[in-house]
Design a binder for this molecule. Structure first.
Ligand SMILES: C=CC1=C(C)c2cc3[nH]c(cc4nc(cc5[nH]c(cc1n2)c(C)c5CCC(=O)O)C(CCC(=O)O)=C4C)c(C)c3C=C
Ligand SMILES: [Fe+2]
Length: 488
């Protein structure tokens, strides 16, 4: 007669019962674990897996003994818990002819959530070095491989020339980006939302181009001894230039570190299709529409941050498709609520001389004014916090342009920031991602870095890109002319 005791790998998990098992007998056991945190060890079998077979129907627990004689646990889900969240209770245990050793190992699990974001200058003095970091990113200025050595000098040049214009923008919104403050608040709110779901997690913020840098967050994750990590980029839609770039930084750090290379990690690449996010966006739009005298006459104007067309057409960036699907889902949700307004999507914030995704926000605003549209509600859609492009570009530049073009009633939907339904949905996304955490294998990383590799060889781009880079580097005068024509 042997006993098997299950203990959970997380401080919130409680062992309610253990059973004495007899061969050829099915017995019941019961223990309670948060649905997402399911990891057990069993000395004799060596392997005991718990799989989330269906998100809605709960767990099936299976275990194989070291000799493959089929220990099995299975059972229905039971609802428990202080706040009504799904807990799982395994109802029956059966096993084959082999005895099991009595104790399992309890591993203290420390869950971490890493929020990835762009970062922004906190003071006007930070603007040029922030821009340098941004333009030095090969996912932002994509030079042909042969000319990568030009990346840093080019970044220095462009950041120096763009800084005065950027500084004006940041000065007009109070002298710096609000991104760090808002992201810290989101991190705190997410930690609390997870606690309500009985998951104790450390939430970290890792910025791509300014403090706290992703590298710093990772060092803290190591110091804290995190044993399972969920990576959640704060961009609803995936782009090579945003989520892709941050993930590449992560993969590089993880590959080179013994501890990190074995840390189970789950990366949520994009989440624009989540019901909680779509509903939260629809809530914001519905609320804002009510501020207009004739809400049903208002054109809903989605304005997304653009990317160069080449990202989508040559490098396979899914950003445009994901954006269009996101808008479709938000509009479907609004329709289901009886809101049947007209809508349109345009892309803002283009930088430099290349073609960006069209239509451009500024051009569409003028066209809509000319067509006689009188009321317009701007909805920033690629980002979940207020930042320079909502506070300055939309609220000031585009509003001014729209009013000048004949639009009389202007409104803007606020960013989601810490809206509770949105934060709760992020917490759900984390909970759902936890079971699939696995070490970032060298395989996975090479697949993910393939954005670069998949950039098709384009001789014209190569030729012109390199000639341009050389001219710009060698001749400040030419750069000035270039800048004046194409405004960096
Ligand atoms: C989904 C969002 C974003 C995408 C896609 C994106 C691509 C992208 N951006 C630049 C150049 C700049 N971006 C700048 C600021 C900035 N960009 C985003 C988001 C996306 N960028 C945000 C949220 C911010 C604001 C951060 C803040 O400080 O509040 C800037 C600096 C500001 C300015 O000078 O206008 C630049 C430059 C490129 C080239 C690019 C794709 C290739
Ligand atoms: Fe940007």
């Amino acid at each position: 007669m042997d006993a098997i005791a299950f203990s959970a790998a997380h401080s919130n998990m409680k062992l309610l019962d253990s059973n004495t098992l007899n061969p050829d007998r099915t017995v019941s056991t019961s223990f309670s674990v948060p649905k997402s945190l399911v990891s057990f060890s069993c000395k004799s079998s060596g392997k005991l897996q718990v799989r989330d077979k269906s998100r809605t129907q709960g767990l099936v627990v299976s275990c194989s003994s070291s000799n493959g004689q089929g220990l099995q646990l299975s059972g229905p889900v039971e609802k428990r818990g202080r706040l009504g969240q799904a807990f799982c209770s395994v109802g029956t245990v059966s096993y084959g002819e082999f005895a099991l050793e009595s104790h399992s190992q309890a591993v203290e699990e420390k869950v971490g959530v890493l929020l990835l974001n762009l970062g922004g200058p906190e003071t006007l003095d930070d603007v040029q070095p922030f821009l340098y970091n941004l333009f030095a990113d090969p996912d932002i200025i994509r030079l042909p491989r042969l000319f990568r050595f030009l990346q840093e000098p080019l970044a220095k040049l462009i950041s120096t020339f763009r800084a005065p214009k950027s500084k004006e923008g940041y000065a007009s919104i109070g002298g710096g980006s609000p991104l760090r403050k808002i992201t810290d608040e989101q991190a705190q709110a997410l930690k609390m939302a997870l606690e309500e779901k009985n998951i104790s997690a450390n939430v970290y913020v890792g910025m791509r181009y300014w403090y706290p840098f992703t590298e710093e967050a990772i060092q803290q994750i190591k110091r804290d001894g995190i044993t399972k990590l969920v990576v959640l980029p704060l961009y609803p839609q995936y782009s090579i230039s945003t989520t892709g770039s941050s993930i590449r930084v992560l993969q590089k750090i993880f590959r080179e570190d013994a501890y990190l290379s074995t840390l189970p990690v789950s990366i949520i690449k994009s989440w624009y299709q989540r019901e909680g996010y779509i509903k939260s966006m629809a809530d914001l739009i519905q609320t804002e529409l009510k501020n207009f005298v004739n809400p049903q006459e208002v054109m809903i104007f989605f304005s997304a941050h653009g990317v160069p067309v080449s990202y989508v057409e040559n490098a396979g960036d899914p950003y445009k498709d994901e954006m269009e699907e996101c808008i479709y889902l938000i509009m479907q949700e609004l329709k289901a609520r009886g809101v049947g307004n007209e809508h349109t999507l345009a892309y803002q914030s283009r930088v430099g001389p290349v073609q960006w995704l069209k239509p451009y926000t500024d051009e569409v605003l003028v066209e809509l004014g000319q067509k006689g549209i009188k009321s317009l509600l701007a909805v920033p859609v690629s980002f979940v916090s207020e930042h320079i492009e909502t506070l300055e570009e939309i609220d000031m530049e585009y509003k001014h342009l729209a009013l000048e073009s004949g639009i009389e009633n202007w409104g803007r939907v606020p960013a989601l920031n810490c809206k509770s339904s949105f934060i709760m949905d992020l917490a759900d996304a984390v909970v759902e991602a936890l079971p699939s955490a696995t070490a970032l294998s060298p395989h996975a990383s090479s697949a993910d870095t393939s954005d670069h590799g998949s950039f098709r060889f384009d001789p014209i781009r190569l030729l012109f890109g390199s000639i341009l880079a050389f001219i710009l580097l060698l001749s400040p005068k030419a750069f000035l002319a270039f800048r004046n024509n194409f405004y960096f």
